[in-house]
Design a protein around this ligand. Structure first.
Ligand code: NAD
Ligand code: ZN
Length: 357
C-alpha cells in the first residue's frame, strides 16, 4: 500500500477582521518593481471591501467575471493580459467564492508555466511552481481554499489542474467577509461542504485522517443548518471552519456519487457546482439514505428551492454526453461504490438517475 504524501497550504490566518492584516502578511513577498495582483469577485465591484485592499506601487485590481464557472480560456486570457502588461508579478491574490479562488490559483500557475491551462488539466502535469498566491474566501463551503486543484472547464473536459504546486501559499480566513451572502447562495455553497462530508465519510477510501476532519465538518454544518433558527456571526465562523475541515477530509479521501453526477450536469448544462450537487443529492436515497434525509430536512428548514426537472426534454445524445463525463470520474465512483463500481453503476442506471433530476 502506498500512502499519499500531500502538499498543504503554507500559511493560514483565521479570525474576524484578519483581512486587515493582509498588507503586513504579503509585505515580505513583494518583489522590487513587481506588482501584487488582486483578483476580486465581480460581486465586490463598488463594495466597501475594495477600499480595504492594501494597494502599493503598481499593484492592480482585476475583477473576476464569475457569471460562468472558470474556463481554461478565461484563465489563459487573464494570465496573458498580466504577462503583456508586466514582466512578472509578485503574486496573485484571489478574493471571492470558489470560482475566484480557483481562478487565482490557475492564473498564478500560468504566470510561470508555458502553453495553455488546458494542457495541465489532469493529475500532476504542472511542472513549475506558480507565483506567490493567496486565497481569501468570501463564501464558505467549497474547500477550494485548501485543495490541490483548480476546477476548470476546458475544450474537451471539466477537470482541475491537480498538482503539488496548486495549493495556496497563504489563506486568509475572515468570516466577516461571508456575512450578507444571499441566503440561497450561502446554502448551496454550504451544502457543497455537507455533501463533501457525506461522500467522504460514506466512501471506501475513508481513513482516520479524513474521518476526523469529515466528522468535525459535518458537526459544524449541522450546527449551522440544522440547529440554528436564524443566521448570526457564529454561523459564518462555523461554516468557514466547516469548509476548511471538509476540504481537508476530501484531501485524503475523495468525493462520491453526487459530485460525479453533478459534473455531467455542469459540463452539458452549465449547472453551477453548489446547486448542481444539491439537485443530485435530492435523489440519492439509494446511496446515502441518512445524509439525503438530513439534506431534505435542511432544505425545508432553511426554506430553499431545489430546482426539479432540469433534464426534461434532453436528447439521447445529450444524456450520453453527461453519462460519459460522469463515468469518466473513476476515482469518485470507486470511492463511492468500491472497486467493482462499474458493475453497479451501469449506463442504464445512470441514465435513469439523470432522468429523475
Ligand atoms: P462562486 O465562487 O461560483 O460564486 C457564486 C456567486 O456568489 C457569484 O455570483 C459570486 O459573485 C457571488 N459571491 C461570492 N461571494 C459573495 C458574497 N460574500 N456575497 C454575495 N455574493 C457573493 O460560488 P462557490 O460555490 O463558492 O464556488 C463554486 C466554484 O468552486 C465552482 O467553480 C467549483 O468548480 C469550484 N470548486 C472548487 C473546488 C476546489 O477544490 N478547487 C472544490 C469545490 C468547488
Ligand atoms: Zn464540491
Amino acid at each position: 500500500m502506498k500512502f499519499r504524501n500531500f502538499k498543504m497550504v503554507d500559511y493560514v490566518v483565521y479570525g474576524r477582521g484578519c483581512f486587515n492584516q493582509l498588507d503586513e502578511i504579503i509585505a515580505p513577498h513583494r518583489k522590487e518593481g513587481k506588482p501584487m495582483i488582486f483578483l476580486v469577485d465581480h460581486f465586490f465591484e463598488n463594495a466597501p471591501l475594495v477600499n480595504r485592499i492594501p494597494l502599493r506601487g503598481k499593484d492592480k485590481i482585476l475583477f473576476a467575471d464569475v457569471t460562468y464557472e472558470p474556463k481554461t480560456t478565461y484563465v489563459d486570457s487573464l494570465a496573458g493580459q498580466l504577462k503583456n502588461e508586466f514582466d512578472s508579478v509578485s503574486g496573485v491574490i484571489g478574493i471571492g467564492g470558489g470560482s475566484t479562488m480557483d481562478l487565482a490559483k490557475a492564473v498564478s500557475l500560468m504566470m510561470n508555466n508555458p502553453g495553455s491551462s488546458a494542457d495541465y488539466q489532469g493529475w500532476d502535469l504542472v511542472r513549475l511552481p506558480g507565483v506567490y498566491k493567496v486565497g481569501i474566501p468570501t463564501l464558505s463551503g467549497t474547500g477550494a481554499e485548501v485543495s490541490r486543484t483548480t476546477v476548470l472547464t476546458g475544450p474537451t473536459k471539466k477537470l482541475g489542474m491537480n498538482s503539488d504546486f496548486t495549493p495556496f501559499s497563504q489563506i486568509v480566513l475572515d468570516p466577516e467577509l461571508t456575512a450578507n451572502a444571499p441566503v440561497n447562495q450561502r446554502f448551496y455553497t454550504g451544502m457543497d461542504c455537507y455533501i463533501h462530508c457525506i461522500e467522504s465519510l460514506e466512501g471506501t477510501y475513508l481513513n482516520e485522517f479524513s474521518k476526523s476532519y469529515g466528522e468535525k465538518a459535518l458537526e459544524l454544518c449541522r450546527k449551522v443548518f440544522v440547529k440554528k433558527d436564524s443566521w448570526d456571526n457564529e454561523c459564518d465562523d462555523q461554516l468557514m471552519m466547516a469548509s476548511y475541515a471538509g476540504g481537508m477530509s476530501i484531501a485524503y479521501s475523495q468525493v462520491g456519487v453526487a459530485h460525479a453526477v453533478s459534473y455531467g450536469l455542469s459540463y452539458l448544462l452549465g449547472t453551477k457546482h453548489g446547486i448542481g450537487n444539491c439537485i443530485v443529492m435530492n435523489h440519492l436515497e439509494e446511496y446515502y439514505p441518512a445524509g439525503v434525509k438530513e439534506f431534505k430536512y435542511m432544505v425545508e428548514k432553511n426554506k430553499i428551492d431545489i430546482p426539479q426537472g432540469i433534464c426534461k426534454g434532453l436528447t439521447d445524445e445529450q444524456f450520453d454526453t453527461m453519462i460519459n463525463v460522469s463515468l469518466g470520474m473513476k476515482p469518485l465512483w470507486e470511492n463511492a461504490l468500491g472497486k467493482e463500481w462499474e458493475k453497479i453503476m451501469t449506463r442504464d442506471k445512470l441514465r435513469a438517475l439523470y432522468e429523475k433530476l
